[in-house]
Each structure stands twice: as structure tokens, then as C-alpha cells.
Design a protein around this ligand. Structure first.
Ligand SMILES: C[S@@+](CC[C@H](N)C(=O)[O-])C[C@H]1O[C@@H](n2cnc3c(N)ncnc32)[C@H](O)[C@@H]1O
Length: 261
């Protein structure tokens, strides 16, 4: 296998799906996909792509491997505490019905965490969270809202009692919480964003993107926020030059949009 083989694969995938693998860190992505196509018995990316073009299961498996879907409720719990005690009270003072987006929401733990936290401030029936991910199949799992202990370990017991129903397979988010979240498929690296957000939560996906892709995305997030709005990123995703994107650090991993636009 040579580099051209992978480069041609990138072009084929982009033409077919609008997913641009060149915007993901190459070494990491290539390693993941090489081990996958070898496991399936293909010598080259060209053979793998040909097979995938006529085999939906193979394509879905590729998509599942390239998007890393691990998530959990209250991931890095102390940051969610800062969100609840410091960031949200300010945002709610400025807008009592904040516009909130969980970008790259995976299996739904993150937007449901947001909905449960918002319910500390207002009736759940008034809470509205927009949640998006690239991976359509993962969104179906998110809508189902069924979780096992692995993703529930940081969830406060009181939340488990209040917002989940016991299920033979684990715990299911109750209907009221589900109603507060609207899921939609979206590619952060290609699609247009809405604007006037008060809070955008985008965690544990930017680490997979190249510097150029990240740079462009920070600009897009900044434009999508209202002045005073906040971008909440993952705990390895500090922005080193926030001012470049009209951000200032409000707390660790929370960036407040400054300026008038
Ligand atoms: C590790 S999960 C993060 C889930 C959650 N935000 C968290 O922090 O627990 C990364 C998610 O990013 C999604 N993703 C990867 N590339 C994407 C893209 N270009 N646009 C939107 N979502 C993407 C994957 O499908 C995956 O569900």
C-alpha cells in the first residue's frame, strides 16, 4: 500500500459522502482505517472502497470506525459544575430562554446532560437543546436513550432516580428529557451553522481534526455565538490564542465571545 492509495481513498470518500478525511489528523486516521480494511481482508484502500461502494454494512462499519463515539454523562464532572454554577446563571440573566447546541453529540449523553442541568433552572417542558452529529446511526442510538453503567458512572444518583427509567438492558432516559432534545445529522466541517447561540458545547471531537480544520471551526463557532455567548470545549482542547477568534477565557475550557457581531 502506498500514500497515493490513501489519498485516492480520501478523494473517493469525499466525492461520495462530503466527508473530508484530509481534515482529520492523518497518522491517527490512516492507522485506524488501515487496521480495519486489513481485518476485512482487503489489501488496498482501492479494493476496500470498491467493496464498500456496494455494501452498506461495510460502509457503516467504516463510518463507525472513523467517528470515535465514546461518550458519557457529565464527562469531566467538575467542568459541568462550573457550567451550572457560574456560566449558566450569567447566560440566563442575559437570556431567559438560551439557545443551546451540543455539537458532535455522539450517543446523546452530552445533550441529555445539558437538558437535565437546564431543568434545574426551568421546567423541562421549556428546555430546548439542539444536538448534532456526523454519524446517522449514532443519532438513532441517541434518540433511543438507553445506557449502561459505563456511561452513567459520573451521573449523580438523584438524576438517575429522577430522569431515567429502569430497563432490562440498562437505564433509559425518560420521555420528558427526550422531548427537550432535538437531534439532527450534520457535518461540522462542511455544513452551515445557525447563529445567535448562547451556548455551544463541542467536546472531544476537535482533537481529531487538523490545525487548519480546527482554526476554521473556531471561527465558525465564534460567528454562530451571540456576543457574550460561550463555547464549552473538551478537557484536552484548550484554545491557545482565543483572541484570534474573538473569544476570551471565562473559565478553563469555557470561551466567551466578545465584540459586537
Ligand atoms: C468522542 S465523541 C464525543 C462525544 C461527546 N461530545 C463527548 O464529549 O462525550 C466524537 C463524536 O464526533 C463525531 N464527529 C466526528 N467528525 C465529525 C464531524 N465532521 N462533524 C460532526 N460530528 C463529527 C463522531 O461521530 C462522534 O460521535
Amino acid at each position: 500500500m502506498n500514500n497515493n492509495d490513501y489519498e485516492q481513498f480520501i478523494i473517493n470518500i469525499k466525492n461520495r459522502t462530503a466527508i473530508d478525511l484530509s481534515l482529520y489528523k492523518e497518522a491517527q486516521m490512516k492507522r485506524r482505517l488501515t487496521s480495519l480494511h486489513e481485518k476485512r481482508g482487503f489489501q488496498t484502500f482501492a479494493d476496500y472502497y470498491r467493496a464498500m461502494s456496494n455494501d452498506e454494512d461495510l460502509f457503516n462499519e467504516f463510518l463507525e470506525r472513523m467517528t470515535i463515539n465514546v461518550s458519557e454523562f457529565f464527562r469531566n464532572a467538575n467542568r459541568w459544575d462550573v457550567l451550572e454554577k457560574k456560566i449558566l446563571p450569567r447566560l440566563l440573566k442575559e437570556n431567559s430562554r438560551p439557545k443551546i447546541w451540543s455539537a458532535a453529540c455522539s450517543t446523546g449523553e452530552e445533550p441529555y446532560t445539558l437538558a437535565m442541568i437546564m431543568a434545574q433552572f426551568m421546567p423541562l417542558s421549556q428546555v430546548s437543546i439542539f444536538a448534532t452529529d456526523l454519524d446517522r446511526m449514532i443519532l438513532e442510538r441517541a434518540k433511543l436513550g438507553l445506557y449502561t453503567d459505563r456511561s452513567l458512572k459520573e451521573l449523580p444518583q438523584s438524576y438517575l432516580t429522577k430522569y431515567f427509567d429502569k430497563d432490562p438492558m440498562g437505564y433509559k432516559v425518560n420521555q420528558e428529557v427526550k422531548n427537550a432534545v432535538k437531534f439532527k445529522q450534520q457535518n461540522l466541517l462542511a455544513d452551515r451553522f445557525e447563529d445567535k447561540y448562547d451556548l455551544i458545547v463541542c467536546r472531544n471531537v476537535m482533537i481529531y481534526f487538523t490545525e487548519e480544520a480546527k482554526n476554521e471551526l473556531y471561527h465558525k463557532f465564534s460567528r454562530a455565538l451571540r456576543p457574550g455567548g460561550v463555547l464549552f470545549v473538551g478537557s484536552t482542547e484548550q484554545i491557545f490564542n482565543p483572541a484570534t477568534y474573538h473569544f476570551e477565557t471565562e473559565d478553563t475550557f469555557f470561551y466567551k465571545k466578545v465584540g459586537i457581531q
